[in-house]
Write a protein of this length. Structure first.
Length: 232
């Protein structure tokens, strides 16, 4: 097992990497690990992506760029890189980023020569991406995807913290009942039932009836409201 991992790391032992990070520890640590894995490799260490230019890219095979910025700063970065990427199409790009930038990064940065990694990515995983061809590694790392899944799960729990009354109203709506009929059935004022429906929609961050029905008939919605088959 160890032997296979070493072969993966040394896929391109002469790799020339440009490492861009505001953190000195990241730059220095990366350089040490790369040298340990392949003494023939070389590194250019930069503290700011604005230091990057065509001349530096011509001397590199891969750029490792650590991002921890606002969305506005990220958009400015994309505009800055657009020209450089077009002029240096031989370069592979590894972007290390926080989860809140993932969707924008997929939209603006992801190509066949791009990998997206997590700020919490293990160093071994980063090194593996550096020494591998883009086709040999995930374009979006498992670590980043796991963070995304975990966040989605947490968001779902927050969104669906419905009260008993709200659940009951939504459950009846899912069965085709109108608000007037629900009010009669529950012996409540129509305005009360309507308010409970609106309150539930706010909690779910749903703005239209169409979105509400989509949620009601989703797997998650059925599970939360205990609609068959989840009540079995």
């Amino acid at each position: 097992m160890t032997e296979n991992k070493e072969k993966t790391f040394l896929h391109n032992p002469f790799c020339r990497a440009v490492v861009i990070s505001k953190r000195p520890l990241m730059r220095e640590g990366f350089q040490i690990v790369m040298k340990e894995k392949a003494a023939e490799s070389s590194q250019v260490l930069l503290a700011d992506y604005l230091e990057l230019n065509s001349e530096i890219l011509e001397q590199g095979d891969v750029v490792v760029l650590e991002l921890d910025s606002s969305q506005q700063e990220f958009i400015e970065l994309c505009d800055f890189l657009k020209h450089l990427k077009n002029k240096s199409q031989h370069v592979r790009w590894i972007f290390i980023l926080p989860l809140h930038l993932l969707n924008l990064a997929v939209e603006r940065l992801l190509t066949t020569k791009t990998s997206l990694l997590s700020l919490h990515e293990p160093m071994n995983s980063i090194i593996e991406h550096v020494f591998n061809n883009a086709s040999d590694v995930e374009r979006i790392s498992d670590c980043l995807l796991q963070e995304k899944a975990a966040q989605t799960s947490v968001n779902d729990m927050v969104k669906t913290s419905l009260t008993f009354s709200e659940c009951r109203v939504l459950r009846l709506i899912s069965k085709g009942w109108k608000l007037v009929q629900i009010a009669t059935l529950l012996e409540k004022n129509y305005k009360t039932v309507s308010a409970q429906k609106k309150s539930a929609m706010r909690r779910l961050e749903i703005k239209t009836d169409a979105e509400m029905y989509a949620w009601l008939f989703s797997e998650h919605g059925k599970r939360e409201l205990n609609i068959p088959p989840y009540n079995q």
